[in-house]
Design a protein around this ligand. Structure first.
Ligand code: ADP
Ligand code: F6P
Length: 507
């Protein structure tokens, strides 16, 4: 269809396009922002760039025609209903997802899912090479596309290939359960550079190469002889480059008079609670929503907190609803919140405000700005960008972040109020600590958290990633001139934002 169409020096490939096509009851179609952290992070990085993004448009059936938004060429890939069931819901989210998240629920291993995963990965690889200019940079994202790097390399040895994993990479003992473990690793090793969220994830990958597949590793690199006709060994680098948020853009949004006004309105509409707690998650069993609700319910039961003086807003965006574990989670969360509200609400003041909608960015920023305590309590999460979004929005240095030590963000956000979500007593104590810590101490913590995110924003992440990819398997020496300039501009703006926030807080 697009053979002979436009080609690009930079091609991004992810399971989803940044927008999903939504078809309503009368067949009219519209585009809306896709859910999840990958799009949140990549959208500001790709905005205004001349590049292609290859991905699924979120609906079964023939893909829409490629189209251009701003300067970004969106190149939809077709998935049939069966492929959605077997590649996306099945192998990606019912085999890999549990294994990559500490087997919080049991993984399933049907063989036909694997075949479909391979077929769909091959389709993505074909779509990528159709839009990749000679010598292009191809940036593949996430666990849904782990075979794509080797497939692209065999079709187009001229391009440079990177892969970034937005979720954790499991320890060797868990990865070893996968019947297709060798093929998955060989698929990834088609890349020149592999990026991970945490050092532990990169180390897990290197350990898998060494222990499970007998490859030779040194520092952050693995050297191996690829399967196939060409016997020359290749070396691939695997490093941690933690993802982040668009500090400058989100901070500016959260400072806008409309968002500041809306944040105040939200508090009033909730009955002006003394303490407003907030959780913002996709409805996923990795997010620790059940544990958080248990802790909240026990605090109410123990009268450590009293509704409606303290209130909880829980945004829980339904996700992957055809998968049994997600269906069960939704039932449990619905039931638990119903029980808490039955027990602890007063007329017109629910103890938990439970919202399942997708909100526009300004509304999200207003909710984050309004919240006194942000609860980010995953059992395991690659990053949990919501934690970084919260501190970015708190330009007034208000608020307190309660953060699970199993979130990738915990490895950077050292001034958060830390908890182990499995330890319900510990979560309760941490919430109470966040609530009762003196204001000055909370502001000191928030200031440090904001500095960390401002200095490590998503623009820096993208520059570092692309520099690492360009120089792999060697370590990058210095930023390119273009990224130098972009970095300096972003750093200057972030410093100005921090100063303004300090001034506002002092005044
Ligand atoms: P994940 O990628 O697993 O969903 P992250 O915390 O990394 O988790 O990213 C979630 C992203 O989705 C964040 O940018 C967050 O603001 C956004 N988000 C979560 N819930 C909603 C919602 N109800 N409406 C709009 N955006 C949401
Ligand atoms: O990073 C994990 C991830 O699967 C991303 O690929 C995506 O941004 C997010 O979670 C949402 O998941 P899904 O695309 O399955 O709705």
């Amino acid at each position: 269809m697009t053979v002979g169409g436009p080609t690009f020096d930079l091609v991004v490939a992810a399971n989803r396009l940044p927008v999903d096509r939504v078809v309503d009851a009368v067949g009219a179609s519209t585009w809306q922002r896709s859910p999840g952290g990958l799009v949140t992070a990549m959208e500001p990085v790709m905005r205004g760039k001349t590049a292609a993004w290859v991905g699924w448009a979120g609906e079964p059936g023939p893909a829409p025609e490629p189209f251009t938004e701003d300067r970004l060429h969106l190149h939809p890939v077709t998935l049939s209903l069966v492929e959605i069931q077997e590649y996306y819901e099945g192998f990606s989210n019912d085999t890999l997802w549990p294994i990559y998240h500490d087997a919080i629920v049991r993984a399933s291993f049907p063989r036909k899912w694997w075949n479909t995963y391979r077929t769909v990965n091959q389709r993505f690889a074909q779509a990528i090479v159709e839009v990749a200019a000679p010598g292009a940079t191809v940036w593949v994202h996430d666990y849904q596309l782990q075979l794509v790097p080797a497939m692209v390399r065999s079709l187009r040895p001229d391009v440079r290939i990177g892969w970034f994993n937005h979720i954790p990479f499991p320890p060797v003992e868990l990865f070893a359960q996968l019947p297709w473990r060798r093929a998955l690793v060989e698929g990834l090793l088609g890349a020149d550079f592999l990026g991970f969220q945490r050092t532990a994830d990169a180390e897990n990958f290197l350990r898998v190469c060494r222990r499970l597949l007998g490859m030779s590793t040194e520092g952050e690199t693995v050297t191996f002889t690829p399967p196939g006709d060409d016997p020359s060994p290749r070396t691939v680098r695997a490093s941690a480059i933690p993802i982040s948020v668009d500090f400058k853009g989100l901070d500016a949004l959260a400072r806008s008079p409309e968002v500041v006004r809306r944040a105040a309105e939200i508090r009033v509409s909730l009955g002006d609670p003394e303490i407003l707690m907030l959780g913002v998650d996709r409805l996923d069993y990795t997010k620790g929503i059940r544990h958080r609700l248990k802790a909240y319910e026990e605090l109410l039961r123990d009268k450590a907190i009293i509704s409606p003086k303290v209130t909880l807003v829980q945004l829980a965006l339904p996700s992957r609803e055809h998968i049994e574990a997600y269906r069960q989670l939704r039932e449990e969360v619905d039931g638990t919140i119903g029980r808490i509200n039955g027990e602890y609400s007063a007329l017109g003041s629910p103890a938990v405000h439970y919202l399942s909608h997708a909100y526009p960015r300004p509304e999200m920023a207003a909710m984050l700005l309004a919240a006194d305590v942000m609860l980010v309590t995953p059992l395991r999460d690659g990053m949990n960008l919501v934690a970084k979004e919260y501190v970015t929005c708190r330009h007034d240095l208000g608020g307190a972040l309660v953060l699970s030590e199993f979130a990738g963000a915990w490895h950077e956000l050292h001034q958060a109020f830390t908890c182990n979500p499995h330890d319900i007593e510990g979560v309760k104590a941490t919430i109470m600590h966040a609530i009762t810590t003196p204001r000055d101490e909370r502001r000191r913590r928030m200031k440090a958290l904001r500095r960390q995110v401002a200095e490590h924003d998503v623009q820096r992440w993208a520059c570092l990633y692309l520099e690492s990819l360009a120089s792999a398997p060697l370590e990058p020496h210095r930023p390119t001139l273009a990224s130098d300039r972009e970095r300096r501009d972003a750093e200057r703006a972030n410093r100005a934002n921090l100063r303004a926030s300090d001034r506002a807080a002092e005044g």
